[in-house]
Design a protein. Structure first.
Length: 135
């Protein structure tokens, strides 16, 4: 639009976003679901954490997986694609099942399951409470 002299149109679009109640509400919910929710989760599931948390994986991978799954769940709710939440849950479960189904990893499996259930639950409840009125 800038190349063809339509910069005024870009300004009008941005101005309409910045003055929209819906835009600020959606942005606020997405920001709340990231770091504040992670702090809540860490406090909530700390009592179930396995004694040996020396994972042999990427640092902070769980945190970023949680961020992405909550963003996806909120986006699915905002776009009224509730069935996609089930698809996301099934996909995550398939990837996790292979590595966490051994007898010695039962405590870690339960820990990951609690975290996943909390993450999905908070995202679904938050999305339904804030976004259902916007649809």
């Amino acid at each position: 639009m800038f190349l063809f002299g339509q910069s005024r149109s870009v300004y009008i679009v941005f101005e309409s976003f910045l003055t929209s109640y819906r835009f600020w509400m959606v942005l606020t919910v997405y920001l709340i679901i990231l770091q504040p929710t992670s702090i809540f989760f860490s406090l909530f599931i700390k009592k179930w954490a396995p004694l040996d948390l020396s994972f042999k994986n990427l640092p902070n991978a769980g945190k970023w997986i949680g961020y992405l799954e909550r963003i996806l769940v909120l986006t699915f709710i905002l776009t009224d694609n509730m069935e996609s939440i089930g698809f996301l849950w099934a996909t995550k479960s398939m990837f996790r099942f292979g590595e966490l189904n051994k007898e010695k990893d039962i405590k870690m499996t339960e820990y990951v399951l609690i975290g996943t259930l909390c993450s999905f639950s908070i995202a679904i409840v938050t999305g339904c409470v804030f976004f259902r009125g916007l649809l």
